[in-house]
Structure formats: structure tokens, C-alpha cells
Design a protein. Structure first.
Length: 586
């Protein structure tokens, strides 16, 4: 079933490219039908193909505009450094240090991401118009309604990213498209709260009309919509993201109850915990029961295309000299490694970062580690992604004096499996998780804590820790004598404050390097205190005598400003006066 989607996506890319060419091929002096492309009228008369073209945009990204947002969710946090050949390699350094972030730095990358997300929304709007005009005649009423639900799910997905990054953005829907009023649509037409509610409305429509399971894999379904609704309500429950209006004192309990309502739907669905934590990040398990919704990627051998539907968003993130084009981006921090320390099997909440430590293969010490460290971080002396024939050394770091020696593991396959495409760039057939089951259950645990159901939250978190405890023998037996993890006793959930600390820690360890850490910190209203403390400590970090990360001496996060990105310079001046810049960036 997944293969069918791959082939449809490839065809849809041709349809949409042809349609775009048709729309831009004439001017006031020449009006000639383009040759070798599909006209807009013909494309719009094929509603099912237009829906597939909207799906195609899910994975139609690039390392300068990755839709998984790894630079904006991880590099901007205490989990990851940018990596690469130095601070000027790509435009992401300002996102990492915050202090130099402006509308024009990283202007090119931010502008590309904004533009491409709106291209994705444009495809959704066109698909909705096509369904409205031709759906019932060509697909029948029931299938048309399902396809509309899918497209509104996709549109909400893209809008969630835009609002997550830029706070207030122009709402361009199918009515704006039909009326050609894109260039009259302001970004402050709707408040942030109103935009979030419009996103919720699209997801709610999808939830109401979609089946719980689709006959073709990769399509949105009712359960995925429920998971996204929970994510939206959890985001809104804490405030608007600006620290003055966000945090424990701003919690909306009505929204927290919505999180419980929709996560209950996911809990009682066909999805569940994949038995071994390491399997979640291997391509052969990419559409397992853990995957509630994911961007589908493929190898050319899977879909019979020239290069496959590769994951180009993570193309820079392979380990240096481990892959043919390993560019060594998305590098775990020492702070993240230290966070995996355990004492008597439990996290070292208050003193985890007092002393720099790192495991060495075959040399166990009194310091023990949560097993998830070895599934998440590539460490010198340890097998790379479980394969002893590809053991990492310090030579597998491109610029150790700047970014240290660790590598990211989750978004890459095992080295023996090879690349999907390797010249001049590297790409893999790894899916991008949008929402996985454990993430949803941690959302549920968070809402349970905030609504006073602490013991129920402890049960969920301990189930997740038990899975981590069981995830040693299959893939990381070489680290067994370095691992120790225990379940939380009831005393750790005796108060909301302590339970909240356990939940926030668990989200960090379980979802580390999965592109969401910064958004968690912002949601909880603790981004400035966490990041500025991190910058102060991390700038002095040393690994085996090598000092690195000293560029953090210039880093600083300013609350009331840095919670959201500045609107890109090009967008501000495309139609002067149409958009208002986010506060603090003027």
C-alpha cells in the first residue's frame, strides 16, 4: 500500500510542476499555451490527483528548509549544536545562539521555509477547490468528504508549523485563493489564538470525517487527527508562547481536558508502543504501530524511480567519514549526554550537569546511564548505530574544536544499509515522524499531571521507562554494564511540581534529537532560564582534553523577543506595509 502512495506522489509532482509553469508562462504581451505541461484547468479537473499533489509536499523539502524543523526545534535548544565545518556553514548559527537572530539572519533559510510552507498550503487550497468543483461527480460524495478531511489535515499540519515558528502569519485559505487576495491578506488579520483555533477547526473536520484506518498507508486518518488535536490543545493550554503569558500560572484546564479526550482516542486505537526502543529508528520499522503519522520516504528500489523519494531534510546529518557524504550536522550537546546520567536508575535532576562525563566502550564506571543514550547519541569507541564493524572514533568528527565528537543517530539508517542517493549529496529513505505513539502518551501524562491525576501519569511514564529498560539486549548489549534505569516510585509523584519535573525530563530523554525540544521549553515557559544557563556552562565543555562550543560565550536568549522567529526580511518587503514584524525585532 505504501508503494502505491510513492508512485502517486511522483506523478503528482509532475502535475503540479506543470501547472505552476502554466500559471507563470504568460505576460501582458505573450499569451501562448505552454507545451509539454498539464494546463491548470486539466489539473484542477482531477481532484484525486490534486489531493495526492498536496501529500507530495509533505516530503518536498531540503536541508535549507527542512519541514521537520531540526534547526528550529533542536539546534535552537540545549539538545543540539548546528555542526558542519564551522559557524558560517549554512545560515543556522543565529538560530543556535539567538543573540544575532534578525529578519535577515538566517534570512535565506527562513525565507525559503516560509515560502515553501505556503507553497504547501497553496496545494492544499487548490485541492479543496478541485474537490468542491469536481469531487462528487468523479469520486462520489463519501470519498470526496474523506479526501477533503485529508487535505484539511494537511493544511492544518503546515499551518501549525508556521504558527509554531512565527506566531502571527497570514491565513490564506481556499477562499483567499479563489478571490486572488493573497497580496491583501495581512499577518495580523487574526490573533495568535484565533489562528490556533482555525488550525484546530481543520483538524476537527478531519477527525469528524476520516476513518480510523485507511486502505492506503501514508494517508491521514482519524487517529492522526486526534493526536494532532491533542498537540494543539496542549500547546494552547500553557499560554501563547511568550514567557510573560506562558507557564504554570497560565494553564487552561479546559484545554488540558481536551488533551485527555483526544489522547484517549489514540490510546484505544491500533497504535501502541513498539516493543524495542531501538527498532523505532530503523527503516524496516518505519511504519510500525509506533508511527501515528509520518512523512513517507522511499528508496528507488521501493518505488522504481531514478533516485527514490529520499529524505532530503536530513541530508547533512550523517556522521563524518562514516558516510560517503557525511557532513556532521545536528550534533548532540554535552548537556544532553549528561542528562542521561542515572543514580540508582533514576535521573540526576539537580546535579546532572555539574560534572562532564561520557561512557567509554568496555570501560564501565560507577556512573550509569539511561539506555536511551546509546540509541540517540553516536559516541566515540561505541558501534555506530549498533554495528561493531562501523565503530566510531574521534576521527568521525568534522570540526571537534567547534562542535565536539558526538553524532546524531535517530534520523540515519545503519551504515551497512547504505544511502539512497550519494553524489554529490547523501540522502536516506528514513521516514520523518510527525507524531509517534509515545509522544502522544507523554502528552497525555502531561495533561494528567496538570489535572491532578498524578498516579495515572506515573503509570504511563513508567511504561515508557520499562520499554527503555528492556531495550538493551537486542541492539546495545555492548553497553549493558553501563546502563541502569529504574521505574519511578510513588514518592516522585507526590506533588505536581515533582511529577512535572519527571514528565519534562522524560520528554527530553525519550524524544531527544527528534526536533521538538525548543518547542517544549517554550510551551512550559522556561526557555530563557534553561537556555541561558546552558550557554553559560556549555561554552567551557571539554572532551578528552579538547575544548569546544566556545562560541556559546556570545549566545543569549531574550524573553519577550526570542520566543518566536522574526518574519523574514523578504516577506516584509515583498508587499511593503502588509505584514507587522514580531515584537523585539524591529
Amino acid at each position: 500500500m505504501i508503494t502505491k502512495i510513492y508512485k502517486k506522489v511522483a506523478a503528482a509532482c509532475f502535475v503540479c510542476c506543470g501547472m505552476t509553469a502554466a500559471l507563470t508562462s504568460c505576460n501582458d504581451f505573450i499569451d501562448v499555451d505552454p507545451q509539454g505541461v498539464i494546463s491548470e484547468d486539466l489539473a484542477m479537473s482531477q481532484p484525486d490527483e490534486m489531493v495526492t499533489s498536496a501529500y507530495a509536499k509533505l516530503g518536498d523539502d531540503w536541508y535549507t528548509y527542512p519541514f521537520n524543523l531540526w534547526p528550529y526545534g533542536d539546534v535552537s535548544s540545549d539538545d543540539a549544536m548546528k555542526g558542519g565545518s564551522g559557524t558560517t556553514d549554512t545560515d543556522y548559527h543565529p538560530v543556535e545562539v539567538w543573540s544575532t537572530l534578525t529578519a535577515s539572519t538566517p534570512g535565506g533559510h527562513m525565507d525559503e521555509l516560509w515560502y515553501q510552507l505556503y507553497c504547501s498550503i497553496s496545494r492544499c487550497n487548490r485541492a479543496l477547490v478541485s474537490l468542491e468543483e469536481y469531487g462528487k461527480d468523479k469520486l462520489g460524495e463519501e470519498k470526496t468528504k474523506i479526501r477533503e478531511g485529508e487535505v484539511r489535515f494537511l493544511r492544518a499540519h503546515f499551518y501549525f508549523k508556521l504558527v509554531q515558528l512565527w506566531y502571527q502569519v497570514p491565513w490564506v485559505d481556499e477562499e483567499v485563493y479563489k478571490n486572488h487576495t493573497e497580496e491583501q491578506t495581512r499577518n495580523d488579520q487574526f490573533t495568535h489564538e484565533e489562528l490556533m483555533n482555525m488550525i484546530v477547526k481543520d483538524f476537527q473536520f478531519a477527525y469528524d470525517v476520516l476513518p480510523a484506518q485507511q486502505s492506503e498507508g501514508g494517508r491521514a486518518n482519524k487517529i492522526a487527527a486526534a493526536a494532532y488535536l491533542a498537540k494543539c490543545y496542549l500547546t494552547m493550554a500553557w499560554g501563547d508562547g511568550y514567557e510573560a503569558n506562558t507557564g504554570v500560572g497560565h494553564i487552561n484546564h479546559e484545554y488540558m481536558n481536551k488533551v485527555l479526550e483526544y489522547t484517549e482516542v489514540v490510546k484505544n486505537s491500533q497504535y501502541g508502543y513498539l516493543e524495542d526502543y531501538g527498532d523505532i529508528f530503523l527503516p524496516e520499522y518505519k511504519n510500525s504501530k509506533e508511527s501515528v503519522f509520518a512523512v513517507q520516504h522511499s528508496d528507488y528500489q521501493d518505488d522504481n524511480t531514478l533516485f527514490g523519494r529520499a529524505n532530503w531534510s536530513n541530508m547533512l546529518n550523517g556522521c563524518w567519514q562514516m558516510w560517503s557524504c557525511g557532513w556532521d550536522f545536528h550534533k548532540p550537546t554535552q548537556n544532553l549526554v549528561n542528562a542521561f546520567k542515572t543514580k540508582d536508575g533514576l535521573p540526576m535532576f539537580n546535579d546532572y550537569n555539574n560534572v562532564t562525563a561520557y561512557p567509554i566502550n568496555g570501560v564501565p564506571t560507577a556512573q550509569k546511564w539511561d539506555p536511551r543514550l546509546f540509541h540517540t547519541v553516536g559516541l566515540p569507541t561505541f558501534p555506530y548505530k549498533y554495528e561493531t564493524e562501523y565503530t566510531m572514533t574521534k576521527d568521525n568528527s568534522r570540526t571537534p574544536n567547534t562542535y565536539g565528537y558526538y553524532a546524531s543517530l535517530k534520523e540515519v539508517p545503519q551504515r551497512s544499509k547504505g544511502e539512497t542517493f550519494d553524489n554529490p549529496w547523501q540522502a536516506f529513505a528514513m521516514n520523518d515522524y510527525v507524531i509517534r505513539y509515545t509522544d502522544v502518551m507523554l502528552m497525555r501524562a502531561e495533561a494528567l499531571i496538570e489535572t491532578g491525576k498524578l498516579e495515572d501519569a506515573r503509570t504511563i511514564i513508567n511504561d515508557i521507562r520499562q520499554r527503555a529498560k528492556n531495550s538493551v539486549a537486542k541492539h546495545i548489549a555492548y553497553a549493558a554494564d553501563q546502563c541502569e534505569i529504574s521505574l519511578y516510585p510513588a514518592s516522585y509523584f507526590a506533588s505536581k511540581d515533582q511529577a512535572r519535573q519527571c514528565l519534562q525530563w522524560e520528554r527530553r530523554l525519550e524524544l531527544a534529537m527528534e526536533n521538538g525540544r525548543y518547542f517544549d521549553l517554550r510551551r512550559w515557559g522556561i526557555a530563557s532560564q534553561t537556555l541561558n544557563k546552558f550557554f553559560e556552562k556549555e561554552k567551557d565543555v571539554v572532551y578528552d582534553g579538547q575544548t569546544y562550543a566556545q562560541y556559546y560565550k556570545d549566545a543569549h536568549y531574550t524573553n519577550g523577543k526570542n520566543e518566536y522567529l522574526p518574519l523574514p526580511y523578504n516577506q516584509l518587503y515583498y508587499v511593503p506595509g502588509l505584514y507587522n514584524q514580531n515584537k523585539g525585532y524591529n
